[in-house]
Design a protein around this ligand. Structure first.
Ligand code: URA
Length: 189
């Protein structure tokens, strides 16, 4: 099936999801955005207040930094696909809980299967540990390519963390440069 139609069907399958306790506090399910045929996918943690209000991932302060990171790589937001592990906002932006990830991860898995990105960038601890299948701290995971079902995964810092500690931006840029080199080797510029 065409990826765009596959994603539309998946969003319909999610429906007015009540599969976990986050349903009662959310305004919007934040499914994902961008190019259904993207070579490059970014996976974050969960929607924050701005994303919950607008129904789109990474539109708040961290999202603005992510957009700059994407542009620095030579892409526009609409060229790539952006989504999160959790599709609903945890209260007070607390960390995702295991039962919430267990209820929601099927949708990220299906998004990846539909989009079939050539490379995935995992933003922050939760996305990195989930996609890499490791509990290694993000400080040691980042910058080291792993795979998720044979798709290369580059773990890096979450842009919200980079907003709190700008001294880490150089490491994140080094990670993204590795991704650009990998895409270049694949003939994808
Ligand atoms: N942080 C995330 O992990 N995802 C978003 O969509 C916004 C902030």
């Amino acid at each position: 099936m065409h990826s765009g139609r596959g994603l539309t069907a998946l969003r319909a399958e999610i429906g007015d999801c009540q599969r976990c306790k986050l349903a009662k506090g959310r305004m919007h399910i934040v499914f994902g955005t961008g190019n259904p045929e993207a070579n490059l996918m970014f996976v974050g943690e969960a929607p924050g207040a701005d994303e919950d209000a607008q129904g789109e991932p990474f539109v708040g302060a961290a999202g603005q930094l992510l957009t700059k990171m994407i542009q620095a790589m030579g892409y526009q937001r609409q060229d790539v696909y952006i989504c999160n592990i959790l599709k609903c906002r945890p209260p007070q932006n607390r960390n995702p809980e295991p039962d919430e990830i267990a209820a929601c991860e099927q949708f990220l898995r299906k998004q990846i299967a539909i989009v079939q990105p050539r490379v995935i960038v995992a933003l922050g601890k939760f996305a990195a540990q989930f996609l890499c299948g490791e509990t290694t701290p993000i400080t040691r995971l980042r910058g080291n390519l792993r795979t998720f079902h044979e798709i290369p995964v580059m773990p890096t810092y979450h842009p919200a963390f980079l907003l709190r500690d700008a001294s880490r931006k150089g490491e994140a840029w080094a990670d993204l440069k590795q991704v650009m080199a990998l895409l270049g080797h694949m003939g994808l510029r």
